[in-house]
Design a binder for this molecule. Sequence first.
Ligand SMILES: CC(C)(COP(=O)(O)OP(=O)(O)OC[C@H]1O[C@@H](n2cnc3c(N)ncnc32)[C@H](O)[C@@H]1OP(=O)(O)O)[C@@H](O)C(=O)NCCC(=O)NCCS
Length: 165
Amino acid sequence: MIEVRKASLDDYPVIQGIAHNTWQHTYLPILSQGQVDYMLDMMYSAEAYREQVSEKGHHFLLASESDAFLGFASYELNYSPEITKIHKLYVLPEAQGKGIGQKLLAVIENEASKNTNDKIVLNVNRYNKAVNFYQKSGFIKIGEEDINIGNGYLMEDFIMQKFIK
Ligand SMILES: CC(C)(COP(=O)(O)OP(=O)(O)OC[C@H]1O[C@@H](n2cnc3c(N)ncnc32)[C@H](O)[C@@H]1OP(=O)(O)O)[C@@H](O)C(=O)NCCC(=O)NCCS
């Protein structure tokens, strides 16, 4: 059975491990190794994780099955009025397609709803197959943006949104 629990500061090594594994698989077909390494360092260093959890109000979730950690997500309630933002959603390549992404999404929607947020937003790379997962899960594209992240690298994203009850 897939279980989802909140992650704490102590879970950093697990989250970093899942991120590094999943990122190579997801982004090497669409980004350079240099950009993947640069972004992993920027977003998943121990200091970046501490800052996200302790200062930026990002909530992390960990999904597991039989004590093996298989995926994680992070989200921010009240990112703007009544809006929750999903910052991260990653499932290990070998565990994809088993409903873990959907389960993490359901927990986030429930938390958003409990906090009277009625909309979820996220950014996703325009060339990432995850766009299809989000569309299937009820998100629609509401725009696109290119974000300059330094070192000559761009994030070429769709902005997607879903209304929740
Ligand atoms: C995108 C991701 C989080 C989805 O999680 P998952 O556990 O693999 O997806 P689920 O098994 O919960 O799938 C839920 C539904 O979406 C569909 N789906 C999943 N991935 C899909 C894809 N790439 N294209 C089309 N549909 C997809 C599934 O078929 C399923 O539909 P069903 O219920 O009708 O069978 C996961 O595949 C992943 O981590 N991908 C790589 C990392 C990534 O791109 N993350 C997003 C960054 S913004």
